[in-house]
Design a protein around this ligand. Structure first.
Ligand code: HEM
Length: 399
């Protein structure tokens, strides 16, 4: 079924300014939820689905809302991968890759090394009294942790961070910039080489990593499939933990009462993680394509329709989250959508939760005494497909 690149009949057409959406997408999403919960947005070339309940319904019907979107930039950047596959192929790849990312494995195999790396990065900056926490801490930490979990011992944290940026730029290259494609291709080749080397090594000597798990999967996986999946995981596996770390730290530094709460009661770091991911979701939306005609949000969409599940909007839906625009550590528990839902629910959720809420935030706030934001720094939120801080300038006492 080929992708339909126009509005389905009877669907409201809403023009959205992409620059404004990058700056702050939430007012536009609130308006869409209220007036056009399914809307065709020409500048995005997709139907946007913005209410919580509709997104959850779509995620429960993966055979209708297929992940095999045609013309996807992710496919062009990394090739076929589990995120853009449906079952049974998706299930085969996911089952092969997933074991090292389960909660017990995170605790037993990776947690101690995550903590060591966080300490090492803090050792480098602690005496300085000021830092750009995204560049100096969150990104290298996420990259080093990801290298470990994936089993890319032949790549440095800097390599992983560079490759991640190149993959993310390719995935978002709606402007078709040739330089972006060139950098993505160079990164692609470097990742393929690194994965091939490690696949060969773990065939003889398994090491508990994702590559090792895929090489030894009961249901066989080709090396090319491992390479493509590692490429897209490198994209998101650095970006999203880095962003949730940055947004959460920035938010707490502006809310002394909430910060005091988590400092007094370390168990609430976990709540801070979930609330940060709900409030400013690192991934704002992802695509699906209809395999058959289907009615949703009061409209029948024809087979081939392209739909964006706008989870950042679902996470601000007032019918589910009271005072949804506020960051509130005490809000009653309702599952948020930041990790997606259905069969593609984020495979790295436990890795991200652990590295940010159990290790990174508690260590940063305990080791950097009197941590505060640098006044007048140009740190700001940016993005709607992916959203995070552009930078995070902080200062602290050194004596
Ligand atoms: C706060 C951090 C993170 C957030 C918010 C996040 C969010 C998401 C979302 C929304 C999806 C579903 C996308 C879709 O259905 O199209 C997803 C899938 C995925 N994520 Fe994450 N992610 C995070 C961290 C990570 C990390 C650290 C890793 C790797 C260790 C990872 C690996 C994956 C994989 C492999 C999938 C595809 C799962 C599948 O197709 O079955 N993620 N993530």
């Amino acid at each position: 079924m080929s992708a339909l690149t126009t509005a389905a009949p009877g669907v409201p057409v809403v023009e959205l300014d992409l620059a404004e959406l990058r700056r702050d997408p939430y007012p536009a999403y609130a308006e869409l939820r209220r007036t056009a919960p399914l809307a065709w947005v020409p500048s995005i070339g997709r139907h946007l689905l913005t209410r919580y309940e509709d997104i959850v319904r779509a995620e429960k019907l993966p055979e209708v809302f297929s992940s095999r979107e045609q013309g996807s930039l992710l496919l062009r950047t990394v090739g076929p991968n589990m995120l853009r596959e449906d079952d049974p192929d998706h299930r085969r790849l996911r089952a092969a890759a997933e074991p090292p990312t389960r909660p017990r494995q995170v605790r037993d195999l990776w947690a101690a090394a995550f903590e060591r790396t966080a300490h090492e990065l803090l050792d480098r900056i602690e005496g300085r009294g000021e830092a750009a926490l995204i560049a100096d801490f969150a990104e290298p930490l996420a990259a080093a942790n990801l290298a470990l979990v994936l089993g890319l011992h032949n790549a440095s944290a800097d390599d992983i961070a560079d490759w991640s940026r190149a993959m993310m730029a390719g995935n978002g290259n709606y402007a078709d910039d040739p330089d972006v494609w060139l950098r993505a291709e160079q990164a692609t080749r470097a990742i393929e080489e690194a994965v091939a080397g490690r696949a060969e090594a773990v065939r003889r000597e398994p090491d508990g990593s994702v590559i090792s798990s895929m090489v030894h999967a009961a249901d066989p996986v080709e090396v090319a499939e491992i390479q493509n999946n590692i490429k897209f995981i490198i994209g998101g596996g650095v970006n999203e933990p880095r962003d949730v770390f940055g947004v959460g730290a920035w938010t707490l530094l502006q809310r002394p009462e909430a910060l005091e709460r988590v400092l007094k009661d370390p168990a609430s770091w976990k709540r801070a993680f979930e609330e940060t991911a709900r409030w400013i979701s690192p991934i704002g939306m992802y695509p699906r394509q209809l395999t058959q005609d289907h009615e949703i949000a009061g409209v029948t969409l024809p087979a081939g329709s392209r739909v964006a599940l706008v989870i950042a909007s679902g996470n601000r839906d007032e019918s589910v989250f009271e005072r949804a625009d506020e960051f509130d550590l005490d809000r009653p528990h309702r599952p948020h959508l930041a990790f997606g839902g259905g069969p593609h629910f984020c495979m790295g959720a436990w890795v991200a939760r652990h590295e940010v809420s159990t290790i990174a935030w508690p260590l940063v706030f305990s080791r950097l005494k009197g941590l505060r934001l640098v006044e007048g720094a140009a740190d700001r939120l940016d993005g709607w497909v992916f959203r995070g801080l552009t930078s995070l300038h902080v200062t602290w006492q050194t004596h």
